[in-house]
Design a protein around this ligand. Structure first.
Ligand code: FES
Ligand code: FES
Length: 211
C-alpha cells in the first residue's frame, strides 16, 4: 500500500520526474529525443524551449508550513535540499535509490522517497518532515513505548510513513500495518514493535489536533 501511495504521489507530480521514473523512462526518452531531433528541432523557433540549469535556479519549497527560497541546480533531490540546504536532517540518506524508505517525507500528505524526487518538482506541494512532529506526538511516543527502534536510523522514515498510514487507517490491524509500511526497511528488525506502535498510535491520532 505504501508503494501505491508513493505511486499516487508521483502521479500527482506529473510535471516531475522521480529518479525511479527517470530510469524507467530513460530508454523511451532517448528514442523520443532522437525523433524530435530529426523532425521537430529544425521547425522549432530558436530559443522556444524552456530549459533550466544546469546551474542553480530559484526553487521555492514549503516545508513544515514555512516557505524557503533557495537556489539549487535542477538535479538536486528533495532529500539533499532538505539535508544540505535547509539543515533538516531527520530524513536519512541510506540507499539513495528509492529502496529503503529511510528518506520518507510527506508530499501533500502522501509518503514519498525524498531521494527520488527532484527538489524543483516539489515546488507548490506541501512538504512535511519528521521535524514537524512534536516530541509527544502519539506516533513518536508509541515507537518509544513499544521499542520500535534500535539504532534509530530507519526510524524517522518509518515514523513519517506510519503517520501518513495512520491518518488514513485509524482502525488498522498489525497485518494492515505490515502491508501499509512495506516500503520501509529496518535492518535492525524491529518490526514487531513498529507494528504494535502504529496500531496504538493510529487509534490515538484519530481526532487529535495536529496529528
Ligand atoms: S534513501 Fe531514499 S529510499 Fe533509501
Ligand atoms: S532501528 Fe536500526 S535500521 Fe531500523
Amino acid at each position: 500500500m505504501a508503494e501505491k501511495q508513493r505511486g499516487r504521489a508521483s502521479d500527482r507530480l506529473r510535471s516531475g520526474i522521480s529518479r525511479r521514473d527517470f530510469l524507467r523512462g530513460s530508454g523511451a526518452l532517448a528514442a523520443a529525443t532522437a525523433l524530435r531531433t530529426a523532425t521537430e528541432a529544425a521547425a522549432a523557433p530558436a530559443g522556444a524551449a524552456s530549459v533550466v540549469g544546469p546551474g542553480p535556479v530559484p526553487v521555492t519549497l514549503t516545508v513544515n508550513g514555512q516557505t524557503h527560497r533557495l537556489k539549487l541546480e535542477p538535479r538536486v533531490t528533495l532529500l539533499d535540499a532538505l539535508r544540505n540546504h535547509l539543515d533538516l536532517t531527520g530524513a536519512k540518506k541510506v540507499c539513495d535509490r528509492g529502496t529503503c524508505g529511510a528518506c520518507t517525507v510527506l508530499l501533500d500528505g502522501a509518503p514519498v522517497y525524498a531521494c527520488s524526487v527532484l527538489a524543483i518538482d516539489a515546488q507548490g506541494h506541501k512538504i512535511e518532515t519528521v521535524e514537524a512532529l512534536s516530541p509527544d506526538h502519539p506516533m513518536i511516543q508509541a515507537f518509544v513505548d513499544h521499542d520500535g527502534l534500535q539504532c534509530g536510523f530507519c526510524t524517522p522514515g518509518f515514523v513519517m510513513a506510519a503517520v501518513a498510514f495512520a491518518r488514513q487507517n485509524p482502525e488498522c490491524s498489525e497485518e494492515d500495518v505490515c502491508r501499509g509500511l512495506s516500503g520501509n526497511i529496518c535492518r535492525c528488525g524491529t518490526y514487531v514493535g513498529i507494528r504494535e506502535a502504529v496500531v496504538e498510535a493510529a487509534r490515538k491520532m484519530r481526532g487529535a489536533a495536529n496529528a
